[in-house]
Design a protein around this ligand. Structure first.
Ligand code: NA7
Length: 538
């Protein structure tokens, strides 16, 4: 059996950074990746119009100032192909590829208390052993595949936005249906509308969206950011959500209506996802949130010509941002086209798929292609897919049967030397995940180094610290509007999934301070065993 110091699962942004950093500490690292190439979710989400909601300058690695200076982003919000190019460049630039086994899916990992190490198995029967196991499997990587009656009868093509084929998909001149109006559906709609013969968007929940205000990155902007990149990185790390600008410290309720309108207008024209930071209390106070929600509703009204359509497209029953808002490039305007139709499936649900389309309670929609933009089994889907067995034969699935519990979002009691990157209980999807990823991996590197220096073979979260962290995560969530509506933040996207709030809403800066304090206190909430006592010789 091949032995390593660290096995990393996943070669997306987190896995690549983990590999680079831990190899830099002298560790023997193996990365297992189920796909044939690097990229993780960016490999799989190749649907038309796929791009990042976070500005390219901030959705990129901070660990190498040289890389920062060399790479030239072409657009404010990078498209999926450009992000993949960046990741492949990183892989070559830092010579990472030789440590990655592609087309290799981990199916099982079991902790051996005797050997203080993980025994990892691949789908082709491969076996490896390592001291540490890092799960860098992504939070939105297991797709949600609804099963509609008659789906097998459909003679056209069915695709999923999150599992897009690695070939050219021809939708020009076709009658296309998109099911789902989250970020993926909203990004895809205007792009497909421009080429399809007809597009039907099947909407269950109208969503808030703010324009991306995408534009080419000018040479002037590129030079300006690169001249002072460290300040931008610091601002991102010190902000609530990891975006590279300073959020407003005022309440939406303490300013005049005129000032508020001007602030929202400026944010609308420039900030995209950062619109949520136009005032600090938009996600904390319903009256404050109402002012932003109403502003966005007025913008939707101005964009959509048809009054009936306009009303259907307007979100009314949950606060702005309480479910993941979108950032779009012409979504609402696409409905002014004669070839675009909205099917409100809350009003007229889908009854069945037929050979030639989809029948709702209202009518039959003739279709050549259906795209599921129905999202993911968020946060825990990919963590619970393999069998992960900790102490005493307890699986992670059993341990998390009532919802995920972690110490600081990174470790689980009963699962020594297991580290979860950007998992439940961390800022994760409430933040720029690149910032959160690098924060956590920097912290882990210090922990691994600490263990090496002190000849420690095993770290493990204590059950008490885990309970306290879960309680803290819940207390912080109570202060927000996130609990006011069902969403994938609280497990509502999958029937039968435990209904618990999963990300940490205390902000990127607050979270980092907690990690730092934990380390300064000798890794409070963790126990260590020395290499000798951890591994019982056999
Ligand atoms: P999301 O944001 O989870 O959106 C999924 C969409 O699919 C959402 O509009 C759902 O409606 C809809 N959906 C899901 N199941 C169904 C069924 N059975 N029938 C009709 N409509 C359905 O996923 P995305 O891929 O758009 O975005 C994922 C993340 O990527 C995003 O948050 C960003 O972080 C980037 P619902 O709202 O549940 O009524």
């Amino acid at each position: 059996m091949e032995k390593f110091d660290v096995i990393v699962i996943g070669a997306g942004f987190a896995g690549l950074r983990a590999l680079h950093t831990l190899r830099g500490l002298g560790k023997r690292v193996l990365v297992l990746e189920a796909n044939p190439d690097v990229g993780g979710v960016w490999y799989k989400n190749g649907y038309p119009g796929a791009r990042c909601d976070v500005e390219s300058f901030d959705y990129s690695y901070r660990f190498s100032p040289e890389l920062e200076q060399e790479w030239r982003w072409t657009e404010r919000y990078a498209t999926q192909p450009e992000i993949l190019r960046y990741m492949r460049h990183v892989v070559e630039r830092f010579d990472l590829r030789r440590h990655i086994r592609f087309d290799t899916r981990m199916t099982r990992a079991a902790y051996s208390e005797m050997q203080a190490s993980w025994h990892v198995e691949g789908s082709a029967g491969e076996q490896w052993q390592s001291q540490f196991l890092l799960l860098c499997v992504g939070q939105l990587s297991t797709t949600k595949q609804p099963q509609f009656p008659g789906q097998e009868k459909f003679e056209g093509e069915i695709l999923h936005s999150g599992d897009w084929p690695q070939r050219k998909v021809e939708y020009s001149g076709k009658r296309v249906g998109i099911i789902g109006t989250g970020s993926s559906g909203m990004q895809m709609t205007p792009v497909i509308a421009a080429h399809a013969a007809h597009l039907t968007v099947f909407q269950r929940t109208a969503n808030y969206s703010v324009p991306a205000a995408n534009a080419p990155v000018t040479d002037e902007e590129d030079s300006r950011v690169k001249a002072d990149y460290r300040t931008r990185r610091r601002q991102a790390a010190d902000s609530p959500s990891g975006l590279g600008f300073v959020p407003n410290r005022k309440s939406a309720l303490e300013v005049t209506p005129e000032e508020r309108e001007a602030t929202y207008e400026a944010a609308w024209n420039r900030l995209g996802f950062g619109f949520a930071l136009a005032y600090y209390d938009l996600l904390l106070s319903k009256p404050a949130n109402d002012t932003a929600a109403e502003f966005i509703r007025r913008k939707i009204a101005a964009a959509v010509h048809d009054p009936v359509l306009r009303e259907k497209l307007t979100p009314r029953d949950f606060p702005y941002g309480a479910r993941r808002p979108s950032v779009d490039s012409g979504y609402f305007q696409a409905f002014n086209r004669v070839n675009v139709e909205l099917a409100d499936v809350r009003e007229s649900p889908i009854v069945e798929f037929t050979a030639h389309g989809i029948r709702t309670t209202q009518k039959h929609h003739d279709l050549d292609m259906v795209i599921f933009a129905t999202g993911f089994d968020a946060f825990t889907g990919s963590l619970l897919k393999p069998d992960i067995i900790g102490r005493d034969g307890v699986s992670l699935r059993e341990k998390w049967s009532a919802g995920p519990v972690t110490q600081l979002g990174v470790a689980v009691a009963g699962f020594p030397n297991l580290f979860i990157v950007v998992g439940p209980g961390s800022p994760s999807l409430l933040s720029n995940v690149l910032v959160s990823t690098e924060e956590q991996l920097d912290w882990l590197a210090t922990l691994v180094d600490h263990m090496a220096k002190h000849d420690l073979g095993e770290f493990e979260a204590t059950p008490e610290s885990e309970r306290a962290w879960v309680q803290h995560v819940n207390e912080r969530a109570q202060e927000t509007l996130y609990l006011s509506t069902p969403s994938y933040y609280n497990g509502n996207e999958i029937p039968g999934k435990p209904q618990v709030f999963m990300p940490y809403s205390g902000g990127v800066r607050g979270y980092r301070r907690i990690l730092e304090r934990c380390a300064a206190d000798g890794y409070a909430g963790f126990i260590f065993r020395s290499s000798l006592s951890a591994a019982t010789p056999v």
